[in-house]
Design a protein around this ligand. Structure first.
Ligand code: CP
Length: 369
């Protein structure tokens, strides 16, 4: 992996891991390390996003992701609004784009969105100037879940390059699987997916992973197993109607773990269907890091919100500076004044970035070209 370039975050949105470079993913992870230290303090709050407003727009149920984004935003001192679509004008037929534009008209800086349609976050991002962070869209991507999974693996194993990760379960309907595969393979991990054939998409090999339908083979060399939920709301049940049969053939049990590496890390994005994807003994056992994943989600989401906000501030500053440097030279050539440096900017993001110097590698004082 070439890490010689000074990493920086320039994107308006975080929509998926497919389009990110290894450097961008590494930057989010290292920024999250700094924020993990912050959330371990007695006073867990920093002023980084003071004055910013973030809307959590969730068209699908969520416990972990929505609460985690809300906590992350509040730890960064942003103002947070949660919109439950059941009680919003979405119920009256308002379109996603109209909803997004109206939220933006309320001077919101960022929209964190979960939606059941693949591509919904990409579409919203194209229609609003506010930043969009994808909190899971259909079967497509769940980038912050994969980032927190990778962060947890790095914390446990010290590195990602060369590790072996088995992803077991409903690969076909899983945005978590897709984001994990993109992220892990970009960072040099070796990924094997394991499920019954009807729960594995035919082209999965093109994503650079190995495929097996034998759970013990998947676990044999794995440093970690990430166990996915059977998504009954997305037809997993039709593809594999016999839940007990699934558990018998693919469920993660203590017996199966005994034949794996002793310290194999057991992960699950949640919510768990106990007794279908894994036994309760495994979910609550010594190898499980499931609740640590949830905690790490706060630091990772703080990092994402922070980097996206900072990139937007840098963009605004560049635009303002370039507008002010358009020097008008009078016809007689006299007294062409230079640009004013009275650039309006939100100081919170910049001040905080300066204080945690080296956090982003971004020229925080705004001297970008
Ligand atoms: N992992 C995850 O996305 O959980 P929620 O659906 O509870 O947000």
């Amino acid at each position: 992996m070439n890490m010689t370039r000074n990493p920086s975050w320039e994107r308006k949105d975080l929509l998926g891991l497919k389009e990110l470079s290894a450097e961008e993913i590494t930057l989010i992870l290292s920024t999250a390390e700094s924020f993990k230290e912050v959330i371990g303090r007695p006073i867990k709050k920093v002023p980084a996003l003071r004055g910013k407003t973030i809307v959590n727009l969730f068209y699908e149920p969520s416990t972990r992701t929505r609460i985690s984004f809300e906590i992350a935003a509040k730890r960064l001192s942003a103002d947070v609004i949660n919109i439950a679509t059941e009680t919003s004008s979405v119920r009256k037929g308002e379109t996603l784009i109209d909803t997004g534009r109206n939220i933006e008209a309320l001077k919101v800086d960022m929209i964190v969105m979960r939606h059941s349609y693949s591509g919904a976050a990409v579409m919203l991002a194209r229609h609003v100037g506010a930043s969009v962070v994808n909190a899971g869209d259909g079967w497509h991507e769940h980038p912050t879940q994969a980032l927190l999974d990778i962060f947890t693996l790095k914390e446990k194993l010290g590195h990602i390059e060369g590790i072996r990760v088995a992803i077991v379960g409903d690969i076909a309907h899983s945005r978590v699987a897709r984001s994990n595969i993109w992220g892990l393979t970009k960072l040099g991990a070796r990924v094997t997916v394991c499920a019954p054939p009807m729960l594995i998409p035919p082209c999965i090999g093109e994503m650079g992973v190995s495929v097996t339908h034998d759970i013990q083979e998947a676990l044999a060399e794995a440093d970690a197993v990430n166990v996915l939920r059977m998504q009954f709301e997305r037809d997993s049940g039709d593809a594999f109607p016999q839940q007990l049969e699934y558990f018998k053939n693919f469920g993660i049990t203590e017996e199966r773990l005994k034949k794996a590496k002793k310290n194999i890390i057991v992960m699950h994005p949640g919510p768990i269907n106990r007794g279908i994807e894994m036994s309760s003994e495994v979910a609550d056992g010594a190898n499980s890091v499931i609740l640590e994943q949830v905690t790490n989600g706060i630091a990772v989401r703080m990092a994402v919100l922070f980097l996206v906000a900072q990139a937007n501030e840098n963009r605004k500053t560049r635009r303002a500076r370039s507008a002010k440097t358009e020097v008008h030279v009078p016809p007689d050539g006299s007294s062409a004044s230079g640009p004013s440096v009275g650039v309006s900017e939100s100081q919170s993001v910049r001040d905080y970035a300066k204080r945690v110097s080296g956090l982003t590698g971004e020229p925080v004082s705004g001297q970008t070209s």
